[in-house]
Design a protein around this ligand. Structure first.
Ligand SMILES: Nc1ncnc2c1ncn2[C@@H]1O[C@H](COP(=O)(O)OP(=O)(O)OP(=O)(O)O)[C@@H](O)[C@H]1O
Ligand SMILES: [Mg+2]
Length: 291
């Protein structure tokens, strides 16, 4: 699969009134394959949102280049193509709602693109179905739950038919049910429709569902691999202020005590199986540590 997004030695600083602020992205080079589901993790202020905004030309590089489907985001003449290719979803669903009826909200962006009304109708219905919000199409968005609002926001982006969707902490303001529904929607867009997903999150359980995990710290990529690979480096992640999923943490602590368990049993089921295998293997505890 070709790359839908590539950043090459991307550098960025916010220019503030007092002059140039510290470097926020310091030579970030990543390639995101079309059709993949990539999660980006990192401590507060590590540059994740800045990176996301560079992925659809909301921000332009101060150094290096960002390519969207091979087009440099600095190419002003192709801004529309870039924005159509990569859609963005932000943290606060209330800031993303623009109309008083759900289906009008979802139709807003395609209407602005000048798409014929008949096609808009199809796209809106399709986007609402794919986010599980079709039955709410005539509702007032402000009366919906946070998770439902966020799914309407995602439907609004989907109606633009982007090939890639970048979501910056879309579940940060949601309750557990809203979080689960939004994640399910995102996963289905990726698996069933082949939409490339870049998900920025602070939730380890969400990151664990991606095909690939990129960890940012101080404007650099400090880890990049499958969730199992990345989470296995417990000390490396803790050094950049991140915790690991509770499964990995438990297995890691057992290994510190000398127990022969794998570190990459990430899901609850895999972790339980690893512990059952250990017990079945005839492993016996050694003398208890006194320290
Ligand atoms: N508009 C801005 N003007 C000046 N500095 C900014 C601006 N936006 C972000 N920064 C600074 O840039 C750095 C990176 O911010 P960014 O929002 O990209 O981090 P983040 O990883 O998304 O953090 P969080 O997890 O808190 O969302 C931080 O030090 C932040 O204070
Ligand atoms: Mg952020």
């Amino acid at each position: 699969m070709p790359d839908i997004i590539e950043t090459r030695d991307l550098r960025f600083s916010y220019v503030t009134e007092e002059g140039v602020a510290p470097v926020v992205l310091d030579g970030v080079s990543i390639r995101i394959q079309e059709g993949s589901f990539v999660a980006i993790l990192g401590h507060n202020g590590s540059g994740k949102s800045t990176l996301a905004k560079c992925m659809n030309a909301i921000l332009l590089p101060a150094g290096g280049t960002v390519y969207v489907d091979g087009i440099s985001t600095a190419d002003e003449d192709r801004l529309l193509e870039i924005r159509r290719t990569v859609g963005m979803v932000f943290q606060n669903p209330d800031n993303q709602i623009v109309a008083n009826v759900v289906e009008e909200d979802v139709a807003f962006a395609p209407e602005n693109l000048g798409i014929p009304p008949k096609e808009i109708r199809q796209r809106v219905d399709d986007a609402l179905r794919s986010t599980g919000m079709y039955e709410f199409r005539e509702h007032a968005p402000h009366l919906l739950s946070g998770g439902q609002k966020q799914r309407v926001a995602i439907a609004g982006v989907i109606a633009m038919q982007p090939r890639c969707i970048v979501l910056d902490e879309p579940t940060a303001m949601l309750d557990p049910v809203g979080r689960r529904d939004v994640l399910r929607t995102i996963r289905a867009l990726n698996r069933e429709r082949g939409v490339t997903v870049v998900l920025i999150t602070h939730h380890m359980d969400e990151a664990a569902q991606a095909d690939r995990l990129i960890v940012m710290a101080r404007g650099h990529v400090v880890a990049d691999g499958t969730p199992k690979q990345v989470f296995s480096d417990v000390e490396g992640l803790e050094a950049v202020g991140l915790t690991v999923p509770h499964t990995t943490r438990l297995l890691w602590e057992l290994r510190q005590e000398g127990l022969p368990v794998p570190l990459d049993a990430l899901s609850d089921e895999e972790c339980a199986r690893a512990l059952a295998d250990l017990l079945r293997s005839g492993w016996k505890p050694g003398p208890a540590r006194t320290s």
